[in-house]
Design a protein around this ligand. Sequence first.
Ligand SMILES: [Ca+2]
Ligand SMILES: [Ca+2]
Length: 251
Amino acid sequence: MTRALAVLSVVLLGAGFAAGEPAWGSNCLSCHGLLTADVIHVFGEDGLADPDESATGAPDRGTLKVFRTYRGVTTSLTAAVPVLAEADTYAIQLKRLRFAGVESGGQLAYSADCDWPEWGETPSYYTHPAIAHRWPTGPTNFSYDIMVEPDAGLDYYDLVLAVAGEFAADAGLFYCEEHFYLQVLASQPGDANCDGQVNFGDINPFILRLSSEAQYAATYPSCPEANADINGDGTVDFADINPFIALLTGR
Ligand SMILES: [Ca+2]
Ligand SMILES: [Ca+2]
């Protein structure tokens, strides 16, 4: 089954599958063993954020790493499990929360053409398919590509990267997770470097976009096309130069 249309398409870069799955869950020690701290770290974030969860009834998770992304574009995040020994077996999983988080009505829509695990309802979040990836002797860094469809709600979303497995030394089970926020932003014409502001720092990125679309995409992989399409005609070309100048100079 293809997941090409999945809203949140997750590409796991690394070794292949092996049989068996660790027990997944959340704060369920009887299921998956000791809740172990600091096994997994998410990095490559765009900063920290403390969105207001008060209207959602969700737990206030306070300040967490935030990955910013735009509708219709792909962003990457990376996780590492640096403390595990080579012989330890483990799997890493990107999960959504079962219940509402910080999003206030916003919802990451998802395609039916995928096999994200569900709990019988349209999910508010995405999770990695219920497939456990296990590396008996494999990489300890993982990259996930997250693609949000154009109609996704502009909001913060709680996501969780979790690792579960078994220590080789004593056959002890462990589980660890790191919560973080995915913030889906609206495009902002003129913000060619996608730092959230429109200023002179966008001039060179904008010129780069005009001169080499490929280089621009490589340099700013998470920037939506609309940020450089200043006149909003659906394409980025020389006709956007004067509107860009006008945007910067306020004329
Ligand atoms: Ca900018
Ligand atoms: Ca244009």
